[in-house]
Design a protein around this ligand. Structure first.
Ligand SMILES: [Mn+2]
Length: 464
């Protein structure tokens, strides 16, 4: 409207009109924004919003000499830092889940809720509180057992079993089960949305041996979610916490599920098969340096993001998978390793100062590897300054990977080598029996090596 051009300037109430016009425009803009947001989120009333957690590892302690101080967290002083990190993360994320809009319809936990098959009381009571909170907010929960909950001994039972008493749907046996027509929501809207949801639960124990999965198929007329814990056959590497693992046959994932919620692999949003809506949610926190990010940070780092997955399922549309990011995960940083092979002690100190600096996040847990360092160079380093540097982060591990001198190098300056030789010399004089001598020599070398490692560990622990 161009009122000015139509002689509107002379209209006596034009000021009033302009005000009204501006207000109307603003209101209209608001409506447009809302419409746009709706279009962006693409949600219709019938969409199911499912939150997929996995590998929470309640009760994981991390290094047992990494303990909270009074000033750091008065309420949890004396407790293991990493165990409390996980609890705080779960608290924040559950708070987000219960207040999310559109409302969350269901939460699935794809195994390794607990770090141990026989968790300690704190982890048990924390899990109870977590499930209780979700139930109180009318959010049904499905839990399957992961490998960490699967004990090798049968008599102890599963740590997740008690959560059934809090009305969680717990699948922890050795067969797969289908959950459908079992949802019991107070909200009739929610009940209507998930009434045709089927969760096919395949716990870790059900993967043992060569199980028959021929009946494991999506049900017609339902939105079908497969929930499982394990590596997909063909995935090479071991998980950073694992030694052995049963595998999920990859063809099981190819049956046309609307979504496959996976646990075991700690990489957030890892998709084992292309073009199949199957995802690992990953752990909520980096649990060890195998799950750390390189520093300086790269956004493409495998472990750049930790969190859960926020899944929108709607009939006849491809599943929409988003990240529910743990924004406050504790940074676990791997600094660029140092090759010390040609470095003097002075140069090495300069490099250490460049790597470990005050720009590192104060609460970070940091690893710096120094490779190929000669013991005599290490002895010349300024260990007081190194201890000071290490205090710039919450914990900074400096891992010294020593260059082992071989006897042929014959360096008189090497104190360990000198000890080795002294021991050999002593034995040559005192023990004539060659078998006995060999045994004494091996035992002695072992103790010399142990002592050397203890000394190094003592240096590494300084500054805590
Ligand atoms: Mn795990």
């Amino acid at each position: 409207m161009d009122f000015a051009r139509k002689g509107f300037e002379s209209y006596p109430h034009k000021q009033l009109f302009y005000e009204w016009y501006e207000r109307a425009n603003k209101a209209l803009e608001q409506v447009l924004v809302t419409v746009e947001q709706k279009r962006e989120t693409g949600n219709t009333i019938s969409d199911i919003r499912l939150i997929h957690f996995a590998d929470i590892h309640l009760g994981f302690t991390g290094p047992t000499n990494l303990v909270l101080g009074e000033a750091e967290n008065a309420g949890a002083a004396g407790r293991y830092v990493r165990e409390v990190d996980i609890e705080e993360t779960v608290k924040r994320m559950i708070r987000d889940v219960i207040h999310a809009q559109p409302a969350v319809d269901i939460v699935v936990i794809a195994g390794d809720l607990f770090h141990r098959s026989a968790p300690y009381p704190r982890a048990i009571s924390f899990a109870a509180k977590m499930i209780h909170t979700l139930m109180n907010h009318d959010i049904p929960v499905v839990i399957i057992d992961g490998n960490h909950e699967t004990a090798s001994i049968l008599h102890s039972g599963s740590p997740t079993a008690f959560l059934r008493e809090l009305d969680a749907h717990v699948i922890n046996g050795s067969i797969y089960e289908v959950l459908r027509d079992c949802w019991n929501c107070q909200s009739s809207e929610k009940q209507a949305r998930i009434s045709k949801l089927a969760v096919h639960a395949l716990p870790y124990r059900a993967l043992r041996g060569s199980p028959d999965f021929s009946g494991l198929r999506p049900l017609p007329g339902y939105t079908n979610v497969l929930l499982t814990h394990g590596r997909v056959s063909g995935m090479g590497e071991l998980n950073s916490l694992h030694h052995t693992a049963y595998t999920v046959p990859s063809d099981v994932l190819l049956h046309g599920w609307d979504y496959v919620a996976m646990g075991d692999w700690h990489i957030h949003r890892y998709q084992p098969l292309e073009n199949v809506p199957a995802f690992y949610a990953g752990s909520l926190e980096a649990l060890n340096f195998g799950e750390a990010v390189t520093y300086p940070l790269r956004p493409t780092d495998t472990y750049a993001v930790h969190g859960a997955l926020d899944v929108r399922l709607s009939l006849g549309k491809p599943t929409d998978v988003r990240s529910l990011v743990n924004k406050d995960a504790r940074p676990l940083l791997r600094l660029e390793p140092v090759d010390a092979i040609h470095a003097s002690a002075g140069t090495l100190m300069d490099i250490l100062h460049r790597r470990i600096h005050s720009g590192l996040p104060k609460h970070a847990i940091v690893l710096l590897e120094i490779n190929n360092i000669l013991p005599q160079i290490w002895e010349q380093l300024d260990h007081v300054s190194i201890a000071k540097l290490r205090r710039l982060a919450r914990r900074c591990d400096v891992r010294w990977n020593f260059l082992r001198p071989t006897p042929s190098q014959g360096s008189e300056a090497l104190s360990e080598a000198a000890l080795d030789r002294q021991w050999e010399h002593f034995l040559a004089q005192r023990e004539k029996n060659t078998t006995e001598r060999a045994w004494y020599k091996a035992e002695g070398m072992m103790r010399i090596e142990e002592a050397r490692q203890m000394l190094q560990a003592t240096y590494a622990q300084e500054g805590e």
